[in-house]
Design a protein around this ligand. Structure first.
Ligand SMILES: NC(=O)c1ccc[n+]([C@@H]2O[C@H](COP(=O)([O-])OP(=O)(O)OC[C@H]3O[C@@H](n4cnc5c(N)ncnc54)[C@H](OP(=O)(O)O)[C@@H]3O)[C@@H](O)[C@H]2O)c1
Length: 251
């Protein structure tokens, strides 16, 4: 174990596949008890089976953009564990969006609900539990699309920029209670979510040409920075966004 999270209680949203599933696996490997959340129970059951270690796993299906479902998830966590040490706000959806002029208010609301309000709803409930205990770590997944205007991913990027600002505000508010709040902002990571880009050789070549390290990220490249930010190694780091992009935003 590098990060030693023995007996920490950790909630990972969007944990049934992709980056969230591998964050959950690493938290388990570091000794944490892990709660997996995503919308579909079937996906969570398959993820739990793939992870093994059933005595350290709890699954809770919930849509993080729906306040009543988030409240119920945290009620279960309070009842079962009485505390939450780590929250990973990992859900992110609707990467490809119309331009602002072509966007309906309904689609705007849907994207903001899942990507931004969902992070708020979970962070709020976690903050109450962590503040009461005087201990906690919150890490949210942003994206370089939140830092660089990207036509075709604009609304997703606006939501991610909001998550980064929420991180700074929450970090300042929770600092007196020994709760650290940080963000990880990857560039493209090889998951199903970004498959439309990396599955085409022409597009992949186009993307890698913009990255000094000349490759897109593997999931593991993102998981380790997240683990660092929930470990004791980051005890004096708060309100920060760790950009994990192979250098894409430095040139
Ligand atoms: N992959 C990339 O290239 C990349 C790059 C930069 C940043 N990111 C960020 O990294 C994070 C993870 O991305 P990923 O590629 O691993 O995504 P992914 O493979 O598409 O997985 C998304 C996960 O979120 C769950 N989910 C979706 N909507 C939800 C909701 N409303 N409530 C609860 N769970 C929900 C999904 O399960 P259900 O369908 O069962 O709900 C699934 O477990 C996201 O925040 C993304 O924006 C990804």
């Amino acid at each position: 174990m590098i990060f030693d999270l023995k007996d920490k209680i950790a909630l990972v949203t969007g944990a049934s596949r992709g980056i969230g599933l591998e964050i959950a696996r690493s938290l388990l490997n570091e000794g944490a008890k892990v709660i997996l959340c995503s919308r579909k129970k079937q996906g969570l059951e398959a993820a739990a089976l793939a992870l093994g270690n059933p005595e350290s796993l709890t699954i809770i299906p919930a849509h993080i953009g729906k306040p009543d479902q988030v409240d119920e998830m945290f009620r279960i966590i309070q009842e079962k564990f009485g505390q939450l040490d780590i929250l990973i706000n990992n859900v992110g959806m609707n990467l490809i969006t119309p331009g602002i002029a072509d966007l309906t208010p309904e689609l705007w609301q849907k994207i903001i609900d899942t990507n931004l309000s969902g992070t708020f709803l979970c962070s709020r409930k976690a903050a109450l539990m962590m503040r009461a205990k005087g201990l906690g770590k919150i890490v949210s997944l942003s994206s370089i699309a939140g830092r660089k205007a990207t036509p075709g991913m604009g609304i997703y990027g606006i939501a991610k920029a909001g998550i980064e600002m929420m991180t700074r505000v929450l970090a300042a508010e929770l600092a007196p209670f020994n709760v650290q709040v940080n963000c990880v902002a990857p560039a493209m990571v090889k998951t199903d979510f970004s498959k439309p880009f990396w599955s085409s050789k022409a597009l992949l070549d186009h993307v890698t040409a913009t990255i000094p390290m000349a490759r897109i990220a593997e999931i593991e490249d993102v998981v380790k920075p997240v683990l660092f930010l929930v470990s004791d190694g980051s005890s004096y780091i708060t309100g920060q966004t760790l950009v994990v992009d192979g250098g894409a935003t430095i040139i």
